[in-house]
Every structure is written in C-alpha cells, then in structure tokens.
Design a protein around this ligand. Sequence first.
Ligand code: SAH
Length: 208
Amino acid sequence: MDVQRKMMVAVLKQQGVKDGRVIEAMGKVRRHVYIPEALRGRDPYGDHPCPIGHGQTISQPFIVAYMTQRIEVKPGMRILEIGTGSGYQAAVLAELGAKVYSIEIIPELSDHARAVLAAEGYKTVEVKTGDGYKGWPEHALFDAVIVTCAPDKIPKELVKQLKDGGRMILPVGTGIQQLVILEKTGDTFREIPDMHVRFVPMVKGNDD
Ligand code: SAH
C-alpha cells in the first residue's frame, strides 16, 4: 500500500494542498487499516470517500487534508473531533502532534477506531461513544473543534467548549452543505463560509 499512499500524496499536491506538515502526516498514516478489511475493495487511497460500514464513510483524502490544513494543527494542541468514524482523521491529527478527543455515536465504529488507533501506536487519541452535540465538557476548553458529520446549524455547546482564539471547522446544512470556519474571540465569533461539501448528517442523540 506504500505505492498507493505515495500516489495519494501526489494527487493532494496537485489538488493544491500546500501545508508540508499535513502532506507529510498523510504520507505516514496507513489509511487502509482504518477501513474494515471486508470493505477495502475500493482503492482506500483513491480520490473518493470509502465505506466503513453502518452506512458511514471515511472522507475523501482531499477533504481530510483541507480541513486539517484549515485548523492549523500545532504540536500539543487539544482538538475535539465529532464523528470518529474509522479513526483516520483522528490519526492524521495525532500524527501532527495534537491531543485528540474524538466522539462517535455508533458504538461499533468507536470500538473499531479505538482498536485500530491503539494498534497503530497513537497514544494521544481518546475515543468515546456518545452524542457529539454535547461535546466533551470534562476535557474542554479545546484549541480547535473539527466536525466530520453535518448538523443543520452550528451546535452551540461546541462553540462554548472552544477556547478564546480557538477555531472550529464543520459542514453545515441539509442536502447541500457548506463548510464553515468559525473563529472565536471572547464571547463573539466570526463565521467564514467556505466550499460546498457532502458529509453524512450529524444525528441527534435519543437521550436529549
Ligand atoms: N472522521 C471520520 C469520518 C466520519 S463519517 C473518519 O476519519 O473516518 C461521520 C461520522 O459521524 C459517522 O461515523 C457517524 O456515525 C458520526 N456521527 C453522526 N452523528 C453523530 C453525533 N451526533 N455524534 C457523534 N458522531 C456522530
């Protein structure tokens, strides 16, 4: 799979991903192992999303690179991820030196991601099964929040758990969604609309 991964990195560069650290991290993380073995038929390193079971997908490499680049990950940053899925995005963030807290609502997926991340040696990722709308108050505040499923509006609780000067990136909307970057300063925040994307919806937990 090393050759395929090198090709993926070459494609990311062609697509305009400029951050050398992001490129390097994605050149290292073994994307295929995050995809359950039975579902690896579709080239795991190809320029498309891949199914990971339970009706969910791992994002296309470009989207992972783009979102990672936009949150400007620095070593030691504390990042909250909503939608662990396969664990791949969390691994890329950890590879960049972040401490990652990741929440996944489907227990089978969080168990799988936790096991793969441990087997791959990532010690700075914590995965919990739960409803992302609540965030992870015990570990707040976060330097950044990355949401990889689409709510219909920006979840207020997640903005609360972002520290002053922190940044959140998330797809918002139903049907056609828009990537939004939110920058928090004190009690106010600025929303910067970005490109159109297609993520799975962020589902409401049933204990609200
Ligand atoms: N970042 C993942 C891809 C995530 S796909 C990766 O790298 O593989 C989106 C994930 O969000 C799915 O696994 C879905 O189950 C999860 N999800 C949807 N609604 C959620 C919610 N309310 N809280 C937490 N996770 C949620």
